[in-house]
Design a protein around this ligand. Structure first.
Ligand SMILES: O=c1ccn([C@@H]2O[C@H](COP(=O)(O)OP(=O)(O)O[C@H]3O[C@H](CO)[C@@H](O)[C@H](O)[C@H]3O)[C@@H](O)[C@H]2O)c(=O)[nH]1
Ligand SMILES: O=P(O)(O)OC[C@H]1O[C@](O)(CO)[C@@H](O)[C@@H]1O
Length: 713
């Protein structure tokens, strides 16, 4: 089974994950990487973790590697989208179509299509939803954090509508969550709470495909604190060194190291409510007398250069430390190594009989709670959300209403002073995390769930299978190439049907999609596999005319249609075409008045457009129709794009046409048929091995060319 795990955002690598480096690198990153590591141990599995390629001087070169192996059967595969720089996940939404394209191309190039697509978080859900339209693959979804819940939180914070959508893209996120919930064959949650409550507001939630499979943790790292006391021989020098350096780091902040400490460890994210914990501690003289406060909130170099959200959390933290004068009692380490230091900091806290406290009001799950429990550090955490499951399974902490600060303070106090209670919770944590939360058990249940997926996917051949099985692709212009002579059209139709198994059929036309479909139907042509329409500014697929969003995304660069129309207003020889569907998102079309010197006109247009309306592709056909497209668009480029995306060898493609707006297909080095009734100006094209001038007109000429290139008899 070849499993594709998609986890787009965050800084993803297999070792030394920079947990908490920013708000997007945390529990989900750890979860996805650990899952892949475990799956890669299974002999019957191959697994790839698809994430974003980052080439950014501010970040390690590891993230710029296209392939990073994980064990013998796993890899991290990095594909780019939206440029090279590392950016927060919300900024990736407009670039995900590029990711889809790169992923399709990757699958096609390696000639291996996954058996399962597993999307993590809403951005990956978008990618998986799109891929599902091309490939007939079962879909699995794990949300980690859900948009509807985040929306509720942001509204409570009085976030403006504008910010909700422009900064957080929250509605896009929710729509994509709804969409994948509708399509997914399996939705994995970490807790019952997540399944029953967090997903409840989603219209498309389908309980019958949802399964609770809690994650695991690396038990070899999160061993109990007392192993140090019993001189466990598996404790390495590296571990001892990590512990020593954590002590040294804390000594920089704390006047006395003898007291137990209240430990908080989370990403610098507003929803973790670090400020509330400092307030509770800052206002409580007895807690300050009993314990130190240690807050590990990610890794930071210079707060002023961080993203807005993280900057806010960390600045508030420093201000509160100052307001309550917690110098000497509160530690806020700047750096730590998430692999080696994190288990040690929990263990240090446990050795000193301290506590892990999280004041986040809600967690989907809460890896930190099981990490603390596994080393024997009791926790205090919210009585809402996934932590309830952890408490039910492990009984290793106390749940509280986070909003009730008095009660939180009292609970922390009680637990710090009740040695018996502390011992019981600590013992429970060590014992029970090991049976409930291990990746081995997770992987077994996970693989079992994948194998039980029963899909009733469409029996129609999928696009991927169809494009994978054809030997050649013929791309024909429509007007005066596939039309107008009925008899020759019927002969071509018969040939296309006869050779359907190995010959793909595409059209490339100036018509819009509706008009193209309608004329093809009128002549009785089979449904094309691919439709390149509106002079190569749009691509659609098959019977359902599914749009290729990747193409739209690729050509949109520097496209300013309004600026073009403004600049061309002064040209009295031009009339904007008015028929329905003539003007498209990526095409501005005019008719040129009869008698115009078109060569001069085009020269003047180029000059006028050069002054600030971006670069364009200008096509004049039959001396009458003037189409202006984004500079990357056009029939020829659309074909090359399709060849790249679908792994179709360029030498297996043949194009056919008659007019100037087909020239683009004839000048890209592809085999081309120029039918006998071609526009005069095309006669100037040089005859080459790949460029065939048919002696027959229209569809008969296409048939002649197909036979010339040896595609049909
Ligand atoms: O400075 C830090 C901060 C965090 N961590 C680690 O980061 C992870 C944090 O995970 P978690 O506590 O689960 O929180 P989130 O990062 O918010 O993770 C999201 O995804 C997780 C996996 O699905 C869920 O458990 C959470 O509820 C959800 O909010 C843990 O392994 C921590 O040890 C560090 O190593 N250093
Ligand atoms: O705040 P949000 O967008 O709901 O997401 C929570 C974030 O926490 C993480 O799980 C950190 O791992 C991210 O993957 C995710 O982006």
């Amino acid at each position: 089974m070849y499993i594709a795990i998609i986890n787009i955002h965050g800084l993803v690598r297999s070792e030394h994950i920079e947990m908490g480096r920013d708000a997007d690198t945390g529990g989900q990153t750890r979860y996805a990487v650990d899952l892949v590591k475990e799956l890669a141990k299974h002999l019957d599995v191959e697994v790839d973790l698809f994430t974003r390629l980052i080439k950014d001087a501010r970040h390690d070169a590891d993230y710029a590697k296209s392939i990073e192996p994980i064990g013998e059967r796993g890899r991290i595969v990095r594909l780019s989208c939206g440029g090279n720089a590392y950016v927060r996940k919300e900024l990736l939404w407009p670039h995900l179509d590029e990711y889809v394209d790169n992923l399709i191309s990757f699958f096609r190039t390696q000639k291996k299509i996954p058996d399962i697509l597993h999307a993590h978080y809403a951005d990956a859900a978008y990618v998986a939803n799109e891929l599902a339209a091309y490939f007939d693959i079962p879909l699995v979804f794990t949300g980690h954090s859900l948009g509807r819940n985040k929306l509720e939180y942001l509204k409570e914070q009085n976030t403006s509508e504008e910010k909700l959508n422009q900064y957080y893209h929250i509605q896009t996120r929710i729509q994509n969550e709804e969409k994948i919930l509708e399509k997914a064959d399996l939705v994995i949650t970490s807790t019952e709470y997540e399944k029953e409550s967090l997903y409840a507001p989603y219209e498309k939630r389908n309980l019958s495909v949802m399964q609770v499979i809690p994650p695991g943790l690396d038990l070899a790292s999160f061993f109990p604190y007392y192993h140090y006391e019993i001189q466990d021989p598996s404790i390495t020098e590296e571990m001892k060194h990590a512990q020593y350096s954590m002590i040294k780091e804390l000594e920089r902040f704390l006047t006395t190291m003898d007291k137990p400490f209240i430990l908080a460890l989370c990403r610098p994210d507003g929803r973790k409510n670090i400020d509330q914990l400092i307030e509770i501690y800052g206002k409580s003289q007895r807690l300050q007398a009993l314990a130190n406060l240690v807050i590990v909130a990610g890794i930071r170099d210079d707060i002023s250069t961080m993203e807005e959200g993280e900057k806010q959390v960390l600045t508030d933290m420093l201000l509160l430390m100052d307001r309550y004068d917690l110098y000497g009692k509160m530690a806020i380490p700047k750096h730590h190594n998430p692999d080696s230091d994190v288990p040690e900091i929990y263990r240090l806290a446990a050795m000193k009989r301290g506590l892990f406290v999280s004041t986040a009001a809600l967690e989907n799950f809460g890896l930190t709670f099981i990490e603390a429990s596994a080393v024997g550090l009791p926790f205090v955490g919210t009585n809402k959300g996934g932590v309830q499951d952890i408490q039910k399974n492990c009984e290793s902490g106390i749940l509280v209403d986070i909003g009730d600060h008095k009660h939180v303070e009292q609970t922390i106090h009680d637990l710090l002073t009740d040695a018996n209670l502390w011992d019981t919770l600590s013992h429970n944590g060590v014992e029970r995390t090991r049976t409930v939360y291990n990746w081995e058990a997770h992987a077994e249940r996970y693989l079992h769930a994948l194998k039980s997926i029963k899909t009733d996917k469409t029996p129609l051949p999928t696009l991927e299978k169809r494009l994978g099985s054809i030997k050649h692709l013929v791309v024909c212009d429509i007007d005066n190439t596939l039309t107008t002579d009925q008899a020759s059209a019927q002969r071509l139709i018969a040939a296309l049907k006869e050779h359907h198994q190995h010959l793909g059929f595409a059209v490339a036309t100036g018509r819009n999609i509706d008009s193209a479909l309608s004329i093809l139907k009128q002549y009785g042509y089979p449904n094309p596999d691919i439709l390149i329409t509106s002079v190569g500014s749009e691509i659609h697929y098959g019977r359902q005319a599914m749009p290729d969003k990747g193409w739209a995304d690729y050509i949109k660069r520097a496209w300013k249609p309004k600026a073009i129309m403004d600049a061309l207003q002064e040209f009295k020889e031009l009339e904007l075409q008015t028929e329905e569907g003539a003007q498209r998102t990526y095409k501005v079309s005019y008719t040129v008045k009869a008698g115009t010197d078109t060569a001069l006109l085009v020269k003047n247009i180029k000059e006028a457009l050069h002054k600030g309306s971006g670069k364009q592709h200008i096509i004049l056909s039959h001396d009458t129709y003037l189409d202006i497209l984004p500079y990357r668009a056009g029939k020829g480029n659309a074909i090359l794009y399709l060849a790249w995306k679908w792994g179709i060898a360029e030498q297996d493609i043949v194009t056919a046409g008659d007019s100037e707006n087909d020239r683009d297909m004839f000048t890209k080095g592809l085999s081309s048929i120029i039918v006998a009734n071609h526009e005069k100006s095309l006669a100037k094209l040089r005859r080459t091995k790949h460029r065939f001038f048919a002696s027959k007109a229209e569809a008969a000429g296409v048939l002649e060319g197909l036979s010339h290139f040896g595609i049909i008899e």
